[in-house]
Design a protein around this ligand. Sequence first.
Ligand SMILES: NC(=O)c1ccc[n+]([C@@H]2O[C@H](COP(=O)([O-])OP(=O)(O)OC[C@H]3O[C@@H](n4cnc5c(N)ncnc54)[C@H](O)[C@@H]3O)[C@@H](O)[C@H]2O)c1
Length: 368
Amino acid sequence: MFNRTVARSTVRALNSARTAFIAPAVGSIRPLSFTAVRSKEEDPNKDPILSATDRAEKGASGDHEGEFARTDDSVQIPYPPDSQYPAQPVVQGRGGMHFKRTLAQFSLEGKVSIVTGGARGLGLVMGQGLIASGSDLAIVDLNKTEAEDSAYKLIEQFRKENPGLEQMPNVTAHYADVANPDSVNTALAEVLAQHSKIDNLVTSAGFTENFDAISYPFERMKKLWGVNVDGTYLFATGVAKHLMERNAPGNIVMIGSMSGAIVNVPQPQAPYNAAKAAVRHLAASLAVEWAGKDIRVNCISPGYMLTALTRKILDENPELRDKWTSLIPVGKMGTPEDLMGAVTFLLSDAAKYITGAELRVDGGYTVT
Ligand SMILES: NC(=O)c1ccc[n+]([C@@H]2O[C@H](COP(=O)([O-])OP(=O)(O)OC[C@H]3O[C@@H](n4cnc5c(N)ncnc54)[C@H](O)[C@@H]3O)[C@@H](O)[C@H]2O)c1
């Protein structure tokens, strides 16, 4: 009875819609296209607008066709071996006790944070931001010597900027290949043995390199996916398991990249872009899965940041620097220090209701 009534009214509605569609006078019907009508003899190459459409021969509107929106296969930048890796300094003069009023919610006092890939680059400086905000720190990296050296430098810098402070943060260094499950488990056990608990995780271990898709060596591609995607997944699940066993709240920040949302030019890097899109959606997916366990998961997507490595790449390829900065609305690359506040915020109680979010720190790159 109900179904028949619904069916009858649906037929009635369809009929009246059909009538309404037929009803307008011919003169009031809008044309389907506003494209100017051209005569057959018209030469598209002479019209500057038409020559830029797909009707013209390729190159008809000059060298600029697609110029700023294409990748260039000649750009090849492999990730360097450790022996060629430039040193990353810690940030000077930002970590001291201060007397400016600020929300207590931003503090990470009493927390233990892991930063993977924390021996160098963005991870090192984000780790510095976390200890300046009150957290203890476990640096996890493939390069243990560099991680130990960085842990030492962080403590020295902290001591210099906090003269007379008796309680130093506990900063430790640990080896892990984040792409290897056994190695991740061993590192987590080691961190727990030295810190007793883990509250926060930042997954910064990751790398990019540039080859056009056809010539990308497959083994290198697998490694890139392994570190950027599997490594993020393995550390996140390992830390979440620990938090659930402790029945404790916790926070995870995954370092993605603006490349997870846009395609960089001119350097080709399809696997990296796809890997970072995976990281962003992994953060959102795990945020939902663990929301009921009080574990927040967010993603920071940096734009072009001036680390020791990107500085070296740009010194060797000055034309890239001009292309990159010309596409950033604020007109300059970011510094690792620009991530200190973003990561502290997302790990802190100031972001208590934020989970599954992506915070882009890219000078406006992705909004143009
Ligand atoms: N620098 C940028 O402009 C930029 C921009 C957007 C996103 N990112 C992302 O930020 C993160 C950090 O980048 P970065 O510029 O600081 O790079 P980086 O090369 O300076 O530092 C990466 C660190 O990760 C470590 N690492 C590499 N593979 C590892 C593995 N398998 N296991 C454990 N550690 C490993 C390295 O030893 C190194 O210490 C990466 O995920 C990167 O994709 C960087």
